[in-house]
Write a new protein. Structure first.
Length: 480
């Protein structure tokens, strides 16, 4: 009897223990939910609109919500990886502030929007967004990722998926010519026509529109220009504008048909394929008029042209003969000039700058020493403040080469660039000081002629002459 009741009592004890443990776990879980220890500090949510299917070329809005549990100290840096089957744009718009409650905790953050345009049909996987967390000073503190999305892309009938497809609710285009072609217009070889086509589309950036391929028949050359993009956003609505321009230059006479240009796009409102076409333009180019002939039967410019050619060729022959005769003198003059240039301060400074492009301190110091010695021949560096500045500029270089704890491997390209920058400034100051000193040492333009007689002696002599003249005039008056 006791043996039969013992297993039953053990079963009741097990059930009772399981109930106690479940109640304890529930209490612990509710306590964690209340204090928020089971909620992540950063939540990243990724959604799209449309969220399941899209038409090829349609604008898909991808939203990345970044929420912070303890408040957002600095807006994060969010990027969406590039994709082979889609174009991704991030427009410079202000992010939307968000606030949400998760498991009893308040989260705040921002929503970032990306514009995605599909270029292939089938299943498209949008990779997870990369979110870089920043502190109050903008320094990176961590990286988190969102979730990937899957989108089904359909290709409507009649649409060529191998080309860039534009899907929108509105597309307009207009064409202009400069000058405007006319049926009776007379063109000649060398004239040009400029063709400009401007397209404006809703909810699609201008850079996502396909290129216009301008072509021309034989006898006409076409020159295309870079497209001009002018997108604008008004109250969250994007309008893309693209302007394509080409210049047709007529090379020969004849009648030419400048080909038509078209733009095919899918209308999302009516679900149909539309095409905007600009027709071909026919242009007639007249042949150049025959040249006037004198009564003698030869062109009037013939003798003049022959005389000019004779003068040109004669001058070339004369210069060649003189160069051959004076080749020894020219070679000697060239060698002399080259040697003087190599020994000049400017050439040695250029050599120093080339050495500063690398990280070899020995080559830099050798070039610096040669340049410093050449510069010292023009002025006494110890008499100028730039001399001390030169010593300070090369202090790190000398420490690396000559100090006991230094090593040439400790020198870097950045130090070479800094040294080159400092030496340019110092050289400019030294040359400016030399120029101003030479200007002050020039003799005066109108030097005064100095007398050898002292000023006091000259004044006394002048007074005596005046006194003698006065005495002489008094004697003459008495005699009279």
């Amino acid at each position: 009897m006791s043996l039969a009741r013992k297993p039953q009592r053990c079963g009741w004890v097990a059930v009772w223990l399981a109930m106690v443990l479940s109640i304890g776990c529930a209490a612990t879980g509710s306590a964690r939910a209340e204090d928020g220890t089971d909620t992540p500090p950063v939540v990243v949510r990724t959604t799209s609109r449309p969220d399941q299917t899209a038409i090829i070329g349609q604008h898909v809005r991808v939203f990345v919500d970044v929420l912070f549990r303890d408040g957002m100290t600095h807006p994060p840096r969010v990027t969406l990886p590039a994709m082979d089957a889609a174009q991704v744009f991030r427009f410079e718009t202000q992010a939307t502030s968000l606030s949400d409650g998760i498991r009893g905790r308040t989260y705040v953050g921002q929503r970032f929007e990306f514009a995605l345009y599909t270029r292939r049909g089938g299943t498209l996987t949008i990779p997870a967004a990369n979110v870089v967390l920043l502190d109050r000073n903008g320094h990176e503190t961590g990286v988190v990722s969102g979730t990937a999305l899957t989108l089904s892309v359909t290709v409507p009938p009649g649409v060529d998926p191998s080309q860039v497809v534009t899907a929108s609710t509105r597309l307009s285009a207009h064409e202009t010519w400069a000058p405007a072609p006319a049926p009776d217009a007379a063109y000649k070889a060398g004239d040009a026509l400029v063709r400009t086509i401007t397209r404006e589309v809703a909810d699609v950036p201008g850079s996502a529109l396909p290129d216009i391929r301008f072509s021309a028949p034989d006898g006409v050359r076409v020159y295309g220009e870079a497209a001009r993009i002018d997108d604008r956003i008004e109250r969250g609505d994007l309008t893309g504008e693209r302007t394509d321009r080409a210049t047709y230059v007529f090379e020969t006479a004849g009648r030419f048909d400048l080909p038509a240009v078209s733009q095919t796009w899918w209308d999302l409102e009516s679900d149909r394929l539309r095409t905007v076409t600009f027709p071909a333009v026919r242009v007639t180019v007249a042949a150049p008029p025959p040249s006037a002939m004198p009564p003698g039967g030869s062109p009037a410019a013939g003798p003049v042209r022959a005389w000019m050619l004779a003068v040109v060729f004669g001058s070339i022959i004369l210069l060649t003969v003189l160069a051959v005769l004076a080749r020894d003198r020219l070679a000697q003059a060239w060698k002399t000039w080259r040697l003087q240039w190599q020994q000049s301060e400017r050439s040695m400074f250029n050599t120093l700058l080339r050495a500063c492009r690398g990280d070899d301190p020995r080559a830099i110091y050798t070039a610096f020493s040669r340049w410093r010695d050449r510069l010292a021949e023009r002025c006494r560096l110890e008499d100028h403040p730039e001399g001390a500045a030169l010593m300070l500029a090369t202090e790190d270089l000398e420490r690396v080469l000559f100090c006991g704890g230094g090593s040439p491997q400790m020198w870097s390209v950045e130090q070479s660039r800094s040294l080159a920058k400092a030496l340019r400034t110092l050289r400019s100051d030294v040359l400016q000081r030399l120029t101003s000193a030479n200007t002050r040492n020039l003799p005066p333009l109108n030097p005064a002629r100095l007398s050898s007689i002292r000023p006091r002696l000259l004044t006394a002599r002048f007074k005596s002459l005046v006194k003698e003249a006065a005495c002489g005039s008094g004697e003459r008056d008495g005699a009279a």
